[in-house]
Design a protein around this ligand. Structure first.
Ligand code: ATP
Length: 368
């Protein structure tokens, strides 16, 4: 039998309890008043759809949900607009984005993270790909759960750590199995918690593996997190390039204005294991690189399509960890170019903590 406690517990489980201002039960009717995260019409609509879906999945026909969703007060909006507010200890936040799914964005993020860690930077990796979190698998932390720690009287999440990289992913939490529709409106709130309520400690770089595409979720994430710069991943293929343009335009929107540090062309050519010098341009030659020149964006490197990259991703040990390998060398070059681009970007900024990395740019990886 439905009762108020059950509904309250469910609201907590789906992490909307703090949006609820009033909850009443009348027979089978559940009356809920809520405040949306943003006054935008589509945000309210999304919240409504997600709530209805969640309630019907949980309680079936047992209840009739009567929702009233209002806009936040201006003061509440200001509190959630925290763009630019530095996160103590985190020097550079880099968003890894792609215009399109499946281009290898998560693979690039994982390899870049381990490469930077080998170069002796302090690195964090946040898997914000709510549609298909892959960091747990790619970094061999599947099934693990971040612990809670008490820091200055506040309970915080302790990121997991592997290969010298600290990481958090929605995939580590049980809510990850909730319906995808549900995750949309909650995404930026949940991710904000993963960034701000976690004990990251001192980080030179926090890489954020964004979901593929350029939707509302991206906008809310990048508006709420003080991103230093974005790195775009694309294949050389024509269809992917149109999406890349959209992705870049998103970061360059006036209200967003996040510098694009450069473009990484993934799956640039295929090289068979037994003939590593042979290059087959199966997705077209240098398509992403021409686009980067056109758009006046630095090219950070081209990464071949190699079987061992896929295999090492699947077994949770990024290929760039293979000492002395071609792929490791490529990733070191990419990391150095990204740092150069970041240094260039920081020159145009007021002196901040971010400038510190100029002293470390170009250093070689260590054998760990
Ligand atoms: N350079 C590469 N060589 C071989 N396989 C690759 C390469 N880059 C990525 N892959 C493989 O392609 C698949 C998709 O990669 P990945 O999951 O990183 O893409 P994504 O862009 O993050 O996808 P999503 O749309 O899920 O976010 C994975 O199986 C990965 O191992």
């Amino acid at each position: 039998m439905i009762n108020k406690e059950k509904v309250q517990a469910f609201l907590k489980e789906i992490e909307v309890d703090d949006l609820v201002t009033n909850l009443q039960l009348m027979g089978g009717n559940v009356l809920i008043d809520m405040v949306a995260h943003s006054p935008a019409m589509h945000e309210k609509k999304k919240l409504e759809v997600a709530m209805k879906q969640a309630f019907s999945t949980e309680f079936g026909d047992e209840v009739v949900l009567k929702l009233k969703i209002t806009s936040p007060e201006p003061t509440q909006i200001q509190q959630s607009q925290i763009k630019g507010k530095q996160i103590p200890g985190i020097t550079n936040i880099i968003a890894i984005a792609s215009g399109k799914g499946g281009v290898g964005k998560s693979t690039v993020a994982a390899n870049l993270a381990v490469t930077l860690a080998k170069m002796d930077f302090k690195v964090g990796l946040l898997d914000a790909d709510i549609y298909g979190p892959s960091v747990p698998t790619m970094m061999d932390t599947d099934g693990q759960k971040p612990l809670s720690v008490e820091i200055d009287g506040k309970t915080m999440m302790q990121p997991l750590e592997n290969y010298g990289v600290k990481m958090l992913s929605i995939g580590y939490f049980s809510g990850a199995n909730q319906a995808v529709v549900w995750r949309g409106p909650m995404a930026s709130k949940a991710l904000n918690q993963l960034i701000r309520d976690a004990n990251w400690g001192e980080l030179d770089f926090l890489l954020i593996d964004l979901p593929p595409g350029t939707g509302d979720i991206h906008l809310s994430i990048i508006q709420e997190v003080p991103v230093t710069g974005a790195v775009i991943v694309s294949t050389p293929q024509h269809v992917a390039l149109a999406d890349v343009k959209r992705g870049i335009a998103m970061f360059q929107m006036e209200s967003i204005n996040i510098p694009v540090l450069g473009l990484i062309e993934n799956m640039s050519y295929f090289s068979p294991e037994e003939l590593p010098e042979n290059k087959y341009y199966i997705f077209g030659k240098q398509g992403a690189q021409y686009l980067a020149v056109d758009l006046n964006i630095p090219i950070l490197g081209e990464i071949p399509l190699i079987q061992s990259i896929r295999e090492s991703g699947d077994v949770g040990r990024p290929a760039a960890l293979q000492d002395g390998s071609k792929i490791q060398k490529i990733y070191v070059d990419v990391a150095q170019k990204m740092i150069e681009s970041l240094v260039e970007r920081n020159k145009n900024m007021p002196p901040t903590e971010a400038v510190k990395i100029t002293t470390m740019a170009g250093c070689a990886p260590k054998n760990k």
